[in-house]
Design a protein around this ligand. Sequence first.
Ligand SMILES: Nc1ncnc2c1ncn2[C@@H]1O[C@H](COP(=O)(O)OP(=O)(O)OP(=O)(O)O)[C@@H](O)[C@H]1O
Ligand SMILES: [Mg+2]
Length: 833
Amino acid sequence: MDIDDEFDFDFDQYPDFLDAMPGLGSELFPDKELEEDAEGFIDCAFLPLRDIVLFPQMVMPLFIGRERSLEAVRAAVAKDENLIVATQRDSDILDPGLSDIHPIGTEITIGKALRMPDNSTSVLAQGRRRVEIVEFTQWDPYIRVRARPVREPMEWDRNTEALMRAVITLFEKMVSLNRNMPEDAYTFAINIDEPGWLADFIASTLNVPVETRQDILETIDPNQRLQKISIVVAKELDVLELENQIHTRVQQEVDKSQREHFLREQMRVIQGELGEADVFAQEINEVRETAERKVLPAEARLKVDKEIARLNAMPPMSPEVGIIRTYIDWVLALPWMDVTEDNLDVSHAARVLDGDHYGLEKVKERILEYIAVKKIAPDTMRSPILCFVGPPGTGKTSIGRSIANALGREFVRISLGGVRDEAEIRGHRRTYIGALPGRIIQAIRRAGTKNPLFMLDEIDKLGNDFRGDPAAALLEVLDPEQNFSFSDHYLDLDFDLSQVMFITTANYLDAIPHALQDRMEVIEFPGYLEEEKLEICRQFLVRRQLEAHGLDTQGIRFEEDALKAVIRRYTMEAGVRNLEREVANICRKIARNVAEEKKFTRRITARKVEELLGPPRFSEEVLSEEDQVGVATGAAWTAVGGDIMFIEVNLMPGKGNLQLTGQLGEIMQESAQAALTYTRSMADVLSIDVRRFEETDIHLHVPEGAVPKDGPSAGVALATAIISAFTERPIYRDVSMTGEITLRGRVLPVGGVREKALAARRAGIKTFILPQKNESDLENIPKKLRQDLRFIFVTRMSEVLAAAMHVQPRVRKRPAAPKKSIPARPPSAAPPA
Ligand SMILES: Nc1ncnc2c1ncn2[C@@H]1O[C@H](COP(=O)(O)OP(=O)(O)OP(=O)(O)O)[C@@H](O)[C@H]1O
Ligand SMILES: [Mg+2]
């Protein structure tokens, strides 16, 4: 056989697994006798093998590369001899000597020799039997060896049988698990009846290291060989099972991600068809462009970029898209760096302030000072935090607006009335569904600049409950040490509020939490005098309302009497809100005439006012027509400013009970008790028969019973009414009083004196009795008030009685007797203040 001629080998007939199927290709091999010499040795050409082990009975292609090996094959073919192969210990050695090969090898018969397309040669070899190589007998041109065939013991017992079955069971499992092994291998294995061969066959099919195969080859005893192979197969099975588990898991993962990928692709295609994906991509682009154009602080920039990246990675239909969009919109909409420049022209500011509001000198002055200082020291000047306190309608909110105008700042206002949740100030965290920033940040967005004039209205009406204390959040807002980094829960970014000018407003100072009061500069807005109201009305309200009703070109004029009538008979208030409302009322009625093209008067007189507004709501004469016994005029401090109140006492035969009516609060009831005790203790001095206290029931009533009244300041009035009732000395009708009373008759100072005094004057009171300690409260009261009202400052109850009551008891009128004139007031009782 010549190697060069043999090219007719059909590779299609040489299945991949041929090497695992000994015998399948046996028809390719000449049926050659196994020979040995007389001493039992074989002398053959030798092929060293690299990385493979050839077992007896197995057919396997051998690729011949080395020249010496090629020569060996040629010689064997030429002489029609068998060859001996053995595996090299180290596959890297090119010319192995005896010590470089494993001594146990295999005698083989060569079938076909093939020249391969790459010019190498391949032979198909069949293993015949195990041999032990004894020595090399030739080196050149090819190696020949002397070897001795290895005889296997051929006695098998039950043990062997059991081993064979065990190995076959294992092998079956392995074949079923190993995807690379043909099922035929198992069929083949169960048809092998020789234990040694079975072990060899299985070893040759396994994907195990060369050393393991060689070990099997070198194990001569079939039982031992079976044992070894069963261990190898078992190990292999473990690995395969593990591999299979991993494979299954990987497959599942792959399936899942493939499924998702597939669905996503599908969605993309659908969205593409609907044009949605494009719209979304375009939207993101727009957001990105807006973000790039916007000047942002570094921290906000980072956050926005991150959110845009998140948005980008999201399918357009995801519910989170909207949430992230809203957030980005908020961040981009805020005036992080936008400021307006303050107009620091003092005279301009003065003109604007005077142009909008009458009076209110204190506030105006404070603002002008601020502007002046800011002009000189622009950097060191912190915005003051002002707190405007006063009764409703006194211009607190509206002057805030005008201050913003004067300064050239944006104006924003939030009302804190009823805010009881910290989150309303500071926002909800984004994890809340429908979360938004708090009111502060919302207002800043409305302002559009980071230095607006920010009005916090009704700070005295803040609530607080389990949801957290909004006042605490406000503390941070109003603290110049902290508010440069105000953190809103929703934004989760610090916003600088330090350039904001905050103004808060309140009706009562006492209702503002102390910590907050501490941070603010309080400016009081006292109620207006009638004259001031008249001026405000003349200069501002009338003009404003005429304009608002489109009457400014009709030449309508309000006479002074008309305005006075509105003030006195249609309103009763410290501010001018109702006054403005009534003026608006009149304007509306005129406007209707104009619209209906009816005749209307252009001169509004007091009579006309009554015609338009109907019967007066308040009578100017609230005071009784004559001085009465048991009726004292007190003064109260209410939400609408000050007011006067009448205290009535009636005595009846009884057992000395004191009945109090008119919704008197606890403190006021105690004041009444104290007043009665004082009266009893002074019975002597007041010439009251002590026994009368046991035989008389006292009823004390404060009219307008539906209005709750409280506080200690009615003490002197209560005592005066009781004493008047017991002594029958009438009380002057035009004297009003305020002050707390002790059991010993001392008079203690009270609050709200200015408002009370204003109310007293409004009601037509001429003399106002008040505690000595309150004198300082009247320091800067309007001159007009001093002219019309006499103030008497007292320290003791006796002084009150002297100033408020007739000296003589009332003379009881007899039915027939002629009317007596009211006794004149003794000059000493009411000295000029
Ligand atoms: N001194 C004034 N000059 C001109 N208008 C005034 C003056 N005081 C008040 N007003 C007008 O009275 C109306 C009510 O004022 P505003 O709303 O500012 O009251 P307020 O003090 O904020 O009351 P509240 O405590 O109830 O909030 C406004 O239209 C305002 O312009
Ligand atoms: Mg207001």
